[in-house]
Design a binder for this molecule. Structure first.
Ligand code: F6P
Length: 347
């Protein structure tokens, strides 16, 4: 492969962490070091780029980091476009460090900033990483499959108690704007129903389903609730807002359980899975996909292709314009949602 003029690149990871990022970092560092290209890890996402906080990423350093979860260069939700003078500092630090290109790994916010930096003249390669799997133009995002596996494992552990005590379990999963985590895990778990941000929650219908099933003899159930689902009068238990203007969600299921209790004489138990979803060892498929994303990144750097996000389509890397990937959020279709709901509506 013909080598471009790239001699040194910076790598950052932004937004929420997930399980297979270090697998990606290990692979891209190995590929680049073999071409004598230096990799500087940028600590805490754009924060490190503003504050000149770099570290060396070498084959020696990344040895064994695969399967460790989280991100070895740390992360943050820093938005340089909300900090005065930050963009100028970034441009200065990129020059000072002699970085020929930046690899920006993250979700819509991280990639959105990468796009703006590309417009400032910085050479960027984007890589989708979010457990929400809500990025357009790619089949997968790093972290999603591991999060589904974590949800499935943790939820299964709650179901023995649900069965023994004849309880209805409301398991709350992440997914701020889109319900892919809820959809995939509900299908895998055989959930009785699910609520996701894309569609209004009909709590009368949900109460009726629970009651119907209990009367028919099924006295325990599983309902997967995405944290971002909207209900009338519902209140999140947290109200922090991040630098990209997103509310920190968690806890809507408690309000939903109260409403269901007021409608029927059953009080569902709530389990908020929280950060267990994003943690721990990646599942093998996620770790494998990370190597595909790394191959795509490497090809772009070698061929001098910038301003693209490496997507994975049919397990092969594919370049899509970052601008196209971040122009909206990928959402669950009505058809897929109805399919999952209908599978639970038996008895
Ligand atoms: O962006 C992924 C995500 O895991 C969302 O599903 C969730 O709402 C958010 O991150 C939580 O963010 P934080 O780590 O800031 O609590």
């Amino acid at each position: 492969m013909a080598s471009s003029n790239i001699k040194k690149v910076g790598l950052l990871t932004g937004g929420g962490d997930s399980s297979a990022i270090n697998d990606y970092i290990r692979t891209i560092v190995i590929l680049l070091e073999k071409q004598q290209i230096k990799v500087r890890g940028i600590q805490r996402s754009y924060k490190g780029l503003i504050e000149d906080d770099f570290m060396d990423l070498t084959c020696k350093f990344v040895n064994g980091i695969q399967h460790t979860g989280g991100t070895c260069v740390k992360t943050s939700r820093t938005n340089p476009y909300k900090v005065e003078g930050a963009v100028q500092k970034i441009i200065k630090n990129v020059e000072k460090e002699n970085l020929d290109a930046l690899i920006c790994v993250g979700g819509n916010d991280t990639l959105g900033v990468a796009l703006k930096l590309a417009k400032e003249g910085i050479k960027v390669v984007g890589v989708p990483q979010t457990i929400d799997n809500d990025i357009l133009e790619t089949d997968h995002c790093i972290g999603f499959h591991s999060a589904v596996e974590n949800i499935v494992k943790c939820t299964n552990m709650t179901m023995t108690s649900a069965y023994s005590h004849e309880r209805e379990m409301f398991v709350e999963v992440m997914g701020r704007d889109s319900g892919f985590l809820a959809l995939n895990s509900a299908l895998v778990l055989g959930a009785d129903s699910l609520l996701i941000p894309e569609f209004p929650a009909d709590l009368d219908k949900l109460a009726d389903l629970i009651q119907r099933k209990r009367k028919a003899g099924k006295k325990h159930g599983l309902y997967i609730i995405a944290e971002g689902v909207q209900i009338q009068g519902g209140k999140q238990i947290q109200d922090e807002i991040d630098a990209f203007g997103h509310i920190k969600f968690a806890g809507i299921s408690y309000a939903i359980a109260e409403i269901i209790h007021s409608k029927i004489d059953v009080k569902p138990n709530v389990v908020v899975l929280g950060y267990t979803q994003r943690g721990g060892t990646p599942c093998p498929y996620d770790a494998y996909l990370s190597t595909v994303f790394a191959r795509g990144t490497f090809n772009n750097l070698m061929e001098g292709k910038f301003g693209y996000m490496v997507a994975v389509i049919n397990e092969k890397p594919k370049n899509v314009l970052i601008a196209d990937a971040v122009k909206d959020i990928r959402l669950v279709s009505k058809q897929d949602y109805d399919f999952a709901v209908s599978l639970g509506d038996v008895w």
